[in-house]
Design a protein around this ligand. Structure first.
Ligand SMILES: Nc1ncnc2c1ncn2[C@@H]1O[C@H](COP(=O)(O)OP(=O)(O)OP(=O)(O)O)[C@@H](O)[C@H]1O
Length: 234
């Protein structure tokens, strides 16, 4: 049984349907990416999983339970954490306060876990009491991931973690994501940077116009002539 199993999913915003008949699965421990052109509906898949876009039909099961009707706070308690593409930190709060807020659905702040996050993201550790708004783009992305890791999720959803990063920081960010996956966290990631995402992941899905277009091992998709021409810019 897959950790996450999506079948025949229709979803959108209010009555506006964006996704049609999406099938997608993620196994325990896997690193799966979703790529495709702008507006394909990649982020909408993530938002539907966590209950902030409208589920219009089909199944979303997590560890065999139907999560398609759950409000976001319950989905999170099931072990799924989500890092949105934008507005993923509180700029006027300190780094320490942001991390503690990451654990808001828990009864108490897991201080051991917080320390482990500081160990993983050293630049955050050095700046614990600074306002998050003073961080660089790469450090902000680390903080957003750190907030999600405060929940010790089994499944981490990352929406375009490389967006807005200077080119020299992109590899570092993907290395950090590899490390998180190697430490046992299952990852589902949406990326504009399709080449890098497909190189790094175990399996990928290509979405276009709200529908599945292709799927397979990342390296196979990367070398598939049609996928390259149509979706990866040749
Ligand atoms: N809150 C919303 N209300 C209405 N339509 C929306 C909303 N958010 C996104 N859309 C529309 O849904 C479609 C899919 O958007 P989505 O963000 O899922 O695409 P994407 O593949 O992630 O693309 P991008 O890489 O540009 O973010 C687009 O046409 C977008 O305009």
């Amino acid at each position: 049984m897959s950790l996450l199993d999506i079948q025949n999913l229709d979803a959108g915003y209010g009555d506006l349907q964006i996704l049609t008949d999406i099938d997608l699965s993620v196994d325990e421990g896997e690193y799966v990416s979703i790529v495709g052109p702008n507006g394909a509906g990649k982020s909408t898949v993530m938002k539907t999983i966590v209950g902030i876009a409208s589920h219009l039909g089909g199944e979303i099961s997590y560890r065999g339970s139907d999560v398609s009707k759950m409000p976001p706070e319950e989905v999170i308690r099931e072990g799924i954490a989500y890092v949105p593409q934008t507005a993923n930190i509180f700029p006027s709060l300190s780094i320490d306060e942001n991390l503690r807020l990451g654990a808001y659905v828990l009864d108490e702040v897991p201080t051991d876990r917080q320390q482990a996050i500081y160990n993983r993201f050293q630049p955050l550790s050095d700046r614990r009491n600074q306002q998050a708004g003073s961080l660089s783009g790469g450090q902000r992305q680390m903080l957003a991931m750190g907030c999600a890791l405060m929940l010790d999720p089994d499944l981490l959803l990352l929406d375009e973690p490389s967006a807005g990063l200077a080119p020299n920081l992109v590899d570092d960010m993907f290395d950090r994501i590899d490390d998180i996956n190697d430490a046992g966290t299952t990852i589902l990631m949406v990326e504009q940077n399709a080449k890098e995402a497909l190189q790094r992941c175990d399996r990928g899905y290509v979405l276009a116009n709200g529908q599945n277009r292709d799927e397979g091992p990342g390296n196979e998709l990367l070398h598939d002539e049609e996928v390259r021409q149509r979706f990866l810019g040749g």
